[in-house]
Design a protein around this ligand. Structure first.
Ligand code: DAH
Length: 342
């Protein structure tokens, strides 16, 4: 082949390719043009390269030089076309309406139970009660024994508790069976064992009982425990503190009344159920009483020196009555449409 023919063919090809690269309006069209001209197997440039072999041998160096120039040029043309398309997309390619309102970010909020816990801590904090925490995995001493609940008591029935046989094997120092605590009263014992009187604490947290879930039961729920031990503490102090608490939490402008009904708990003597007046009737809040002398003795306190009151209220119950929630399960199904309302 004559050199002039080879070069003419090469120049025509280069002009064509350049035109197609410039005309491409999206990446797909550009890719089609790239394969057609720069494709490694059957691209037009590759075919032209094959023609090099047929050029008269004396002209081969000149032909080869020109071929390489065109190849470099086309590759650069392709790259700049590619750049034009990708950068054009965000900066120039698509119209952007600066007057559109911004997109509001969805930020979550605290779960209603967490909100209830926080305001309970705040109210009791103002009354001088410090919030403390206790473990959710407990031994029988703290969950039962020290709370004056003897081995034969029905509350210790294995079917009414989540005993953790495998956990006991893991915890070397565990000398008795371990279980998920069934009440926060355990924290009373832990605090009194660690601190001499006076004590004035609350403890809020999860408790576990193998109840079948229904509208008012759930195998996990929360309690607020309160304990005040000092010289000369009486049932009147208990009633005053609970009334102040309920007044702050629910009262607003309405005056809140507290009603005690006689009851029994192994760790208080006397024991009461606590009701609060609510929308023309009475709402049950939980249990309370004067700390049983056996409990004070179990932690090394002298019942002749100090007396105390204790109470335990259901956090879910308080939260549900506050918001008019009728099914406890709704609190734990994590349906955002439900939770968003609070
Ligand atoms: N621990 C009791 C329960 O879970 C509630 C309770 C009653 C707590 C009386 C107390 C109390 O501190 O004095 O049923």
């Amino acid at each position: 082949m004559a050199l002039a023919d080879f070069l003419a063919n090469l120049d025509a090809l280069a002009a064509e390719a350049q035109a197609q690269f410039t005309a491409a309006t999206d990446s797909a069209a550009l890719e089609v043009a790239r394969v057609a001209y720069l494709g490694a197997k059957a691209g037009k440039l590759r075919l032209a390269q094959k023609g090099l072999g047929k050029v008269d041998s004396g002209d081969k160096p000149a032909a080869g030089k020109r071929f390489n120039e065109v190849k470099t040029l086309l590759e650069a043309e392709f790259e700049s076309a590619q750049e034009r398309l990708t950068s054009g997309k965000s900066a120039v390619g698509e119209a952007f309406d600066v007057t559109l309102p911004g997109r509001r970010r969805r930020i979550g909020h605290l779960h209603p139970i967490t909100q209830t816990i926080r305001s309970m801590k705040e109210i009791m904090g103002r009354l001088g009660f410090t919030a403390v925490e206790g473990p959710e995995i407990e031994d029988e001493w703290h969950n039962f024994e020290a709370l004056n609940i003897p081995l034969v008591h029905p509350a210790r029935d294995p079917l009414d508790n989540f005993y953790l046989e495998s956990a006991q094997k893991l915890v070397a120092e565990a000398t008795s069976p371990l279980l998920l605590r069934s009440q926060t009263s355990t924290v009373q014992i832990r605090v009194m064992e660690a601190t001499p009187p006076p004590v004035r604490i609350i403890s809020l947290g999860r408790v576990y009982r193998p109840d079948t879930a229904d509208a008012t039961h759930y195998p996990m729920f929360h309690q607020i425990e309160g304990l005040l031990v000092d010289r000369g503490v009486t049932m009147a102090d208990l009633k005053s503190v609970l009334r102040l608490f309920c007044q702050s939490y629910f009262g607003g402008d309405d005056e809140v009344h507290i009603r005690f009904r006689p009851s029994f708990f192994p760790f208080t003597e006397p024991s009461v159920e606590v009701d609060m007046n609510w929308q023309g009737g009475w709402m049950e809040m939980g249990g309370a009483g004067m700390v049983d002398p056996n409990v004070l003795r179990a932690v090394g306190y002298d019942p002749e020196e100090v007396t105390g009151f204790a109470f335990g209220l259901g956090v879910e119950r308080v939260c549900m009555r506050q918001h008019g929630i009728t099914d406890i399960r709704a609190l734990y199904q994590n349906d955002v449409r439900f939770l968003e309302q609070f």
